[in-house]
Design a protein around this ligand. Structure first.
Ligand code: PGA
Ligand code: ZN
Length: 421
């Protein structure tokens, strides 16, 4: 037996940031080394994601945890974690379904990530360095200031109103600016009696009268923080349009409008012209392929157009999106794919297709910081984690500060938008 052989796999039921049960997995090696990871959970999901296995009550994950302790442990004992592709092949074979519905994408991703952690620990290295010893670039964070859509009872239709800091020289500096903007936004909302609380990803959950009021408030918050909108801090949006529309029509509850695809594109054009927007995710619904194509043809050179719900970190879908020029960037969420190997393959295809890759958390998260390591180890230029509050978000930002420090003076912040502003 070699030291990196799996001796045991243990599943445990833990709780996520929405107070819902989720799957934690531990992979123990013959050497005694243990890797641990926790599955996140989405709320505004794409229909093609790996299936998150819930019990008959639609809430609990006892079945998925039992699968980790039973079928998955049986399949993996004796495998070598240094061969992650083989570990993931064994996971897929144990599940045997195309969408991972038998054992659960949540069970599989927790174990797949835990195996990767075990391999890194066996090498005595932090995960990012195990994946790329030569990594010197840290990703640009996109950080939510206001939350809406499915994460905030649909008080505004736009799901994520975020900022990116294209001219920041370090991750630490990008966080400094974001912290100032977040504080300014909170002070403004409190002053205007608009504040309700924070949404699922920690962004303020305000009572705005329209989507544009939210955009105006965001620009005001950047200015109040003493920053220049556009160059110091630009806007990134996740419209998450599948949540309020389809190719048949878009119902913007906050604006009291129902738009067709042309109307939706015209509205987004107006926002691109009026606000310092550098990136738009899911501008149209996942089934509105033609809308995506037309939007990207018209605005893909002005703003980054990211596909999430339609692409679901799936290599075939990412490849198709690249060929059909549906978007210019891809959100990469490990639990959408269900294994590390498939996640990494989707990112590789995005790169081959000339598309940007944004490693992303989910709205249901935990203290697990794997994605911060994946973003650096896989050399992704952007990282999306949610807002600047709630410890499941701050854990990832803080981990990236540690990684930036560990890389040392050669660390550089990726700058995908420097040319845009
Ligand atoms: P989810 O949404 O994690 O709630 O599915 C996040 C996103 O749409 O990017
Ligand atoms: Zn999204």
């Amino acid at each position: 037996m070699i030291a990196t052989t799996i001796r045991g796999v243990h599943g445990r039921r833990v709780w996520d940031s929405r107070g819902r049960p989720t799957v934690e997995a531990e992979v123990e090696l013959e050497s005694g080394t243990v890797g641990r990871a926790i599955a996140p959970a989405g709320a505004s999901k794409g229909s093609g994601e790996a299936v998150e296995l819930r019990d008959a009550d639609g809430f609990d994950v006892r079945g998925a945890v039992a699968n980790v302790n039973g079928y998955i442990a049986q399949a993996l004992v004796g495998a070598d974690v240094e061969d992650q592709e083989n570990v993931d092949r064994l996971l897929l074979a144990a599940d045997g379904t195309p969408d991972k519905r038998r054992l659960g994408g949540n069970a599989l991703i927790a174990v797949s990530m835990a195996a990767l952690h075990a391999a890194a620990a066996a090498h005595g290295q932090p995960l990012w360095r195990y994946l790329a010893a030569d990594a010197t670039s840290v990703p640009l964070p996109e950080i939510q200031i206001f939350g809406g859509g499915a994460h905030a009872a649909r008080r505004i239709d736009i799901q994520d109103l975020m900022v990116v800091c294209p001219s920041a020289r370090s991750f630490a500096e990008a966080l400094e600016r974001t912290a100032a903007i977040y504080r300014a936004a909170g002070a403004y909302l409190a002053d205007q009696h608009l504040l309700q609380g924070v949404a699922d990803e920690g962004g303020y959950w305000p009572v705005f009268g329209s989507n544009e009021e939210a955009l105006d408030a965001l620009v005001r918050a950047v200015e109040s923080a003493g920053l220049v909108p556009g160059s110091d801090a630009a806007i990134s949006l996740d419209i998450a349009a599948s949540q309020f529309g389809s190719a048949a029509g878009y119902s913007l509850g906050c604006d009291g409008m129902v738009l067709d695809t042309d109307g939706m594109i015209a509205l987004l054009e107006r926002w691109i012209e009026r606000y310092p927007i550098v990136s738009i995710e899911d501008p149209l619904a996942e089934d509105d392929c033609e809308g995506f194509r037309r939007f990207t043809a018209a605005f893909g050179s002005k703003v980054q157009v990211i596909g999430d719900d339609r692409l679901v970190t799936n290599t075939a879908r990412v490849r198709n999106a690249g060929t059909a020029r549906l978007c210019t960037g891809v959100l990469i969420k490990p639990n959408q794919a269900g294994t590390i190997t498939e996640t990494r393959a989707a990112l590789a295809v995005a790169r081959e297709s000339g598309m940007a890759a944004i490693v992303s958390a989910r709205s249901g998260e935990t203290e697990d910081v794997t994605i911060a390591h994946l973003a650096v180890g896989w050399k992704a230029a952007q990282l999306k984690v949610g807002s600047f509050s709630r410890s499941e978000r701050m854990a990832k930002w803080n981990e990236m500060l540690r990684i930036e420090e560990a890389i040392g003076p050669v660390a550089t912040l990726a700058s995908p938008f420097r040319k845009c502003v």
